[in-house]
Design a protein around this ligand. Structure first.
Ligand SMILES: *Cc1c(COP(=O)(O)O)cnc(C)c1O
Length: 402
């Protein structure tokens, strides 16, 4: 049996350096638990950024996957396949939209939404050719493709990758006046996360998203909400938009849509918006393959059947309460919604990275985002006992010098 260190050493020679992982080599997962190659067990408080909301190897989703894999996994979009209607009907019902379009990764779905709103801007709104503008938020994270990093405000995502795609205007997140001032007759859409995940679970002021929706409606601007990380029960509701009863023109989903097994993403929206795409205008070889639709359908059904929105709301409130009660010399702020919490660390006391390393030694996987925030976002299937197990260790690491 190879050790963690041996495998990491081998990997270092052949793997690109675009990540800097925790020195643990995972070989198995089940529920909220992960095991490394040396047999050590960890509770995962990261859930692959909401991709593992259903927990590792959910038995129902595994069954859907293996049954479908034995029938047909991939077929070209030159033909129809029998699981497509089931999946899309369920997805549209669950998110309250008319039509959807499937892709694979989250970034592809964001790119798809950008194409759709630009085309809507030209064909329906009458914006002059190649003049469409999309308003985005500072601190945004929507993925890593060239199009998407073109409107990132994070220099490390962009350094030496230019030239970039024009047509985006960045405004401060949570600032409704800035939005009003930024809209022009050429604005086709506003694109935002409801809560910024990668930026550190940054929450806008209460009522901001609702105000954005009102402004968009009044100005004939489409509202596109990226719920790739926040959606599918993460914040205690099916969508984070639901907290303010906001109904976007397009909602973007990914991560948990794959049930912890596959990359499955989609945009869902109103007929009049999605219907600007005609045959040949957009596509993806693997988007909407039979395996993805079977897994995605089961993933959505499990969220509902297991009441994971309710569990996220209840256990999330409990997690926040316990964290607020914790005596820690390191913590400067705690915020979150549902099982999606950001804990800010005072960098003058200790680095978030060092705290995460100490957590790893105690059997808890967590990770810093943007150096000073530790994100706590366990699989939504976590039980109270399991959460207590993690909290005991978090409290210990956060209260004592390590
Ligand atoms: C992760 C994420 C993406 C990108 O998804 P990928 O599957 O990594 O391409 C886009 N938007 C948000 C809000 C995300 O959290």
């Amino acid at each position: 049996m190879p050790t963690n260190a041996e495998l990491i050493a081998r990997e270092d020679y052949v793997n690109a350096r675009n990540y800097n992982p925790i020195p643990v080599v995972i070989s198995r997962g089940e529920g909220v638990w992960l095991w490394d190659v040396e047999g050590k067990r960890y509770l995962d408080m990261l859930s692959a950024y909401s991709s593992i909301s259903h927990g590792y190897v959910h038995p129902r989703i595994l069954k859907a996957l293996t049954q479908q894999a034995a029938l047909v996994s991939v077929c070209s979009r030159a033909v129809h396949q029998d699981k497509m209607a089931d999946f899309l009907e369920t997805l549209c019902r669950v998110v309250g939209q008319d039509k959807a379009l499937m892709m694979n990764s989250g970034a592809e779905a964001v790119e798809t939404a950008i194409k759709v709103v630009r085309r809507y801007g030209y064909q329906v709104k009458g914006i002059p050719s190649n003049q469409a503008e999309i308003i985005v938020m500072s601190g945004n994270f929507h993925g890593r493709t060239m199009g998407i990093i073109s409107f990132s405000s994070d220099e490390s995502y962009k350094k030496d990758f230019g030239p970039f795609l024009p047509g985006f205007k960045i405004i401060p997140f949570g600032d409704i006046d800035a939005l009003k001032a930024a809209i022009t007759p050429n604005t086709c859409a506003v694109l935002t996360e409801p809560i910024q995940g990668e930026a550190g679970i940054i929450m806008p002021p209460d009522g901001w998203l609702k105000a954005v929706e009102t402004v968009c409606r009044a100005q004939n601007v489409l509202l596109v909400v990226d719920e790739i990380q926040s959606g599918l029960c993460r914040t205690g509701r099916m969508l984070a938009c639901d907290h303010e009863e906001v109904k976007p023109d397009i909602v973007i989903l990914g991560k948990a849509l794959g049930g912890g097994f596959l990359p499955v993403s989609a945009i869902a929206g109103k007929c009049a918006v999605i219907d600007v795409l005609d045959p040949g205008s957009h596509g993806s070889t693997f988007g909407g393959n039979p395996l993805a639709t079977a897994v995605g359908k089961e993933a959505l059904d499990v969220l509902i059947d297991e009441h994971l929105a309710k569990r996220s709301a209840e256990l999330g409130a409990y997690l926040l309460e316990r964290l607020h009660a914790m005596q820690s010399p390191y913590v400067t702020a705690i915020r979150g919604r549902g099982l999606w919490v950001g804990v800010d660390i005072d960098p003058n006391q200790i680095t978030a990275h060092d705290l995460c390393t100490a957590l790893m030694h105690k059997g808890v996987i967590a990770r810093q985002t943007h150096k000073v925030t530790i994100r706590l976002a366990p699989p939504l299937v976590i039980t109270k006992d399991e959460l207590d197990w993690a909290l005991k260790r978090i409290e210990k690491v956060f209260s004592t010098t390590t």
